[in-house]
Ligand binder design. Structure first.
Ligand code: GAR
Length: 195
C-alpha cells in the first residue's frame, strides 16, 4: 500500500451512506494547496444519498453498491479500491459494518468518525443516550477501524459541552459542526505521525 513519500498525496476513498457533510469537509481539505490527500473515489451503499451530489459536483469517481448481498458488495468495493489505487479509507457516516476481509486488507488504513467521546457510546443513537444520561459533555472521535465496532485506536477527540436546553437534535447539529472541523485535522495528524 506504500508509504507517503516526499510530497506525493495519499490517495483516499471516502465511504458514505447519507448527507455527506463530512465528505464535503474532506473534499474542501483535499483541495487546499498543502493538503496531504487526494480523494479519488467515493463509495456509497445508498443510491439516494444526498452526499453523492458532492462527488458529482467535484467530478470525483463514485460507486454505489447494494449491501443486500454484503459479500458481493464488498467484492465490488475491493475491485474499485484496487483500480483507483486507494491507500487510505475514510468512513464518513458510512452506516454499514465492514467485514474482516476489507479490514485486514486495509489494516490500520481505515479511519472513522464517530459522534461521541469513545469509548463511551459505541454504535447508534449516541446523542439521545447522552441526553438521557444527563452527561455534561459529549464530543466526537476520529479513530482507526478494527474488527470490533468503534473500538480502534483513537487519533483525535474533541469534547463539547452539553447545555441544559439541549435535545438530541441540537446536540447532533453542534457535534456535526465539530466533526466537520476535526476530521481533516485528524487525517493530517494520522498521516504525519503514523504513516
Ligand atoms: C456523522 O454524525 C457521523 O459521525 C455519523 O453519521 C453522521 C454522518 O453525517 N456516523 C456514525 O454514526 C457512524 N457510526 P454526514 O453524512 O453529514 O457526514
Amino acid at each position: 500500500m506504500g508509504k507517503l513519500s516526499g510530497k506525493k498525496k495519499l490517495v483516499v476513498s471516502v465511504f458514505i451512506s447519507g448527507r455527506g457533510t463530512n465528505l464535503n469537509s474532506l473534499i474542501e481539505f483535499s483541495k487546499k494547496k498543502n493538503s496531504p490527500i487526494q480523494i479519488a473515489l467515493v463509495i456509497c451503499n445508498n443510491k439516494n444519498a444526498k452526499g453523492l451530489n458532492y462527488a458529482k459536483k467535484h467530478k470525483i469517481n463514485f460507486l454505489v453498491v447494494n449491501y443486500k448481498n454484503k459479500n458481493k458488495a464488498e467484492n465490488k468495493i475491493l475491485i474499485s479500491l484496487k483500480k483507483n489505487k486507494i491507500s487510505l479509507i475514510c468512513l464518513a457516516g458510512f452506516m454499514k459494518v465492514l467485514s474482516r476481509k476489507i479490514i485486514n486488507i486495509y489494516k490500520n488504513k481505515i479511519l472513522n468518525i464517530h459522534p461521541s467521546l469513545l469509548p463511551r457510546y459505541k454504535g447508534l443513537n449516541t446523542h439521545s443516550r447522552v441526553i438521557k444520561n444527563k452527561d455534561r459533555f459529549t464530543g466526537c472521535t476520529v479513530h482507526l477501524v478494527n474488527s470490533k465496532l468503534d473500538s480502534g485506536k483513537i487519533i483525535l477527540q474533541k469534547r463539547i459541552k452539553v447545555f441544559k436546553k439541549d435535545n438530541e437534535y441540537s446536540l447532533a447539529k453542534r457535534v456535526l459542526k465539530v466533526e466537520n472541523l476535526i476530521y481533516p485535522i485528524a487525517i493530517r495528524k494520522f498521516i504525519e505521525t503514523t504513516l
